[in-house]
Structures are given as structure tokens and as C-alpha cells.
Design a protein around this ligand. Structure first.
Ligand code: SF4
Length: 356
């Protein structure tokens, strides 16, 4: 009987099948940063809550995790091509210090190489970065920001458990528009409890007036085990009905496309030339390195989902560093698998990461 390995080797020799793409050396890397100040009421992502007074400068947990991530990068075989896209997702990557972000970039460069034209994105949350941090990471190569706004309305921000305020959103946007990193995206959410069609129109008005190069918009999904799961039924008051949520989606598509945004993917809109190259990696079923807690990689035809708990990830990492084999939770995939990465780009449970 032919082993799975020998069948895989035969596939690899056939240039006409999907395996060519599945075995192409990755040029994309996703890093999961699993820390947040608090857990939003709709969130089921793999994160640790560290509170309002902690960040990468004073949390041993964060520092230990950055060390782990560096070990994982160093243990991951270079498949032969430099990185063309990097995405720091979470969680809240802006809870890392600038020095920790720079250290991770240096590790990636040392291990894989980073192309001179690479798109390097990071998710930032309002209230977790300042001009100095932005300037330092921009100087290190970060050239794209995804800002987790969700809504500009303090009442709705509180209703979904976000840790930032509308004022902090204003300050964050002012910083981004000051020219340090001009390529930025706003992440928005619709279908929130008590959110009306008028509220959503105001959100779109404001976003369009800001004119970011890129916008992501996600519907709230009530995920099992979240705070919202205890209180709300999808489609039932105070959540918008299915028809109302669909109308919000249509309204966003109409208004954004009328304002020169290309609706290039289900949840994503971009001004000409600003589609997220990293996001397209997932949508085009390309290979990518996935690094860190809960992240999924897609290398050599295999998707490998890392453990979602810190202790289990630590054990996994020890075994990986020792053996060089990513041995747990390996998922073989077939052509056309729609997986985008266990945790990747986006927010609101539709994709993964967080979009903030
Ligand atoms: S939604 Fe984003 S910011 Fe909120 S807890 Fe989840 S990962 Fe953190």
C-alpha cells in the first residue's frame, strides 16, 4: 500500500495540480500576540487578559512569550524565499513594547530574510500606542497599521466590552494621519447590541470622512462560551434581526464602493493599490508561516494548528525545538480548502485574529 508520504511526493512532481501552490516556499508570516487588556464580550480568540496597567514593559508573561516566539522563529526551517508580507495579529500587538516588536522583526529577518518591498502590518488598539512607539516601529520597517475601532460611539464601545474610548480613537487616527505610517486600515463592526441603522450610517459617515486607505467590516457573531453567548440570541433583540444585519452589510458595500473603495474580499475594502497583500495570501490559498500561540501555519502542504493554551503551547514549542517537527494538531488539507489561518487577519470572529 502506498504511504501518504509517497503519494504526497508523487503529487509534488506533477506541476499541473494544486500541490504546486501548497508546496511553494512561503513568503508570508503571521505572528500571534495573545494579550489584551480585557476580553471583549464577543471574543473567543486565544488570548491572555493582562489588565489596564500591564504591557510588554512590565509583564513577565509578555516577555516570556516574546522569548518563546523568538525560539519558534529560530526553529522554523527557512524554505528558501524572503518574506514579502508579515502580519502581527492578536490579541493586541500594540501591548508589546517597540523594542519587542523590533526584536521579532530582527529574528524574522535573520531566519527568513525580509524583502525590501515587504508589507509589514500590525494591529494596533487605540489607547495602547503613542508617537514614540509608532515612530520606532515605522523605522524598523512596519509600514501598515490595522486599527481596531469597531465603532466611534462610546455607548456601543461599552456595550461590547472594548477597552478604548471614542476619544482614544480620535487620538490614534490623528497619530496615523500625521504621516508616520500612512497606509492604515480601520476595523469596524456591525450587528452590535442596540445598534440601529442610523448608528451604522453614522459609523460609515465618519469612516468615509477619515478616508483610510483600507477598511474592514465584520458582523458580530455570537460565539459559544463568550459573554454575549450567555445573554443574547443571534437575530433577537437587542441584536439586529438577520434582515437588519444584511441591510447593514448592503449599506456598507454601497456606500464604500460609491466612495472609490474596491470591495476586494468579503469583509475588506481598499482604495486603489491598498488591498492587504497579506490578507490575499489566505484568500489565494498560498502558503504561509504561522507563529505563536493558536496560530496555524501552511507549509509543505500541511496546515499545523498550534495549541491555544499557554502551557500547551510551551510544551509544543519544547518538542518542536528539540525535534524540528511540528507534531501536534496537524491537519492535512485538500485543494480549495478555505482555511485562512487559525488566527490571522480580521476581527469579530469571522476570520480569526482580531483586527485590532
Ligand atoms: S476582540 Fe480583539 S481586543 Fe477584544 S479581547 Fe478579543 S482579541 Fe482582544
Amino acid at each position: 500500500m502506498k504511504s501518504a508520504q509517497s503519494a504526497k511526493s508523487a503529487d509534488r512532481l506533477n506541476p499541473s495540480v494544486w500541490h504546486d501552490r501548497a508546496y511553494a516556499p512561503p513568503v508570508a508570516a503571521y505572528l500571534h500576540i495573545p494579550f489584551c487588556r480585557r476580553r471583549c464580550f464577543y471574543c473567543d480568540f486565544p488570548i491572555s487578559v493582562i489588565g489596564d496597567r500591564r504591557d510588554g514593559s512590565n509583564s513577565l508573561g509578555v516577555q516570556t512569550y516574546v522569548d518563546q516566539l523568538c525560539r519558534e522563529i529560530a526553529a522554523t526551517p527557512n524554505q528558501g524565499r524572503s518574506l514579502e508580507t508579515i502580519f502581527f495579529g492578536g490579541g493586541t500587538p500594540s501591548l508589546l513594547t517597540a523594542a519587542q516588536i523590533v526584536r521579532l522583526l530582527e529574528m524574522l529577518d535573520r531566519q527568513f530574510g525580509i524583502a525590501a518591498t515587504a508589507e509589514i502590518s500590525i494591529e494596533l488598539d487605540p489607547g495602547t500606542f503613542d508617537r514614540a512607539k509608532l515612530a520606532t516601529i515605522a523605522a524598523a520597517g512596519v509600514n501598515r497599521v490595522s486599527l481596531g475601532v469597531q465603532t466611534f460611539d462610546d455607548r456601543l464601545l461599552q456595550a461590547i466590552g472594548r477597552s478604548h474610548t471614542a476619544d482614544e480613537i480620535d487620538q490614534a487616527i490623528e497619530l496615523l494621519q500625521s504621516g508616520l505610517i500612512e497606509n492604515f486600515s480601520l476595523d469596524l463592526m456591525a450587528g452590535l447590541p442596540h445598534q440601529t441603522a442610523e448608528d451604522w450610517d453614522r459609523t460609515l459617515d465618519r469612516a468615509i470622512a477619515i478616508a483610510p486607505p483600507h477598511l474592514s467590516y465584520y458582523d458580530l457573531i455570537v460565539e459559544p462560551g463568550t459573554v454575549f453567548d450567555r445573554y443574547y440570541q443571534p437575530g433577537a433583540d437587542p441584536l439586529p434581526s438577520e434582515a437588519a444585519a444584511a441591510e447593514m452589510y448592503r449599506r456598507a458595500a454601497d456606500r464604500l464602493t460609491a466612495n472609490r473603495y474596491d470591495h476586494y474580499e468579503i469583509s475588506n475594502y481598499a482604495q486603489p493599490g491598498y488591498a492587504c497583500r497579506h490578507n490575499l495570501t489566505y484568500w489565494q490559498n498560498q502558503t504561509y508561516y504561522g507563529l505563536g500561540l493558536g496560530a496555524t501555519s501552511y507549509v509543505n502542504g500541511q496546515r499545523v494548528a498550534r495549541p491555544r493554551r499557554r502551557d500547551a503551547y510551551g510544551d509544543w514549542l519544547d518538542r518542536y525545538v528539540e525535534s524540528g517537527v511540528a507534531w501536534v494538531d496537524t491537519v492535512e488539507v485538500e485543494a480549495g480548502d478555505g482555511d485562512r489561518s487559525g488566527v490571522g487577519v480580521g476581527d469579530a470572529g469571522i476570520t480569526d485574529g482580531d483586527g485590532d
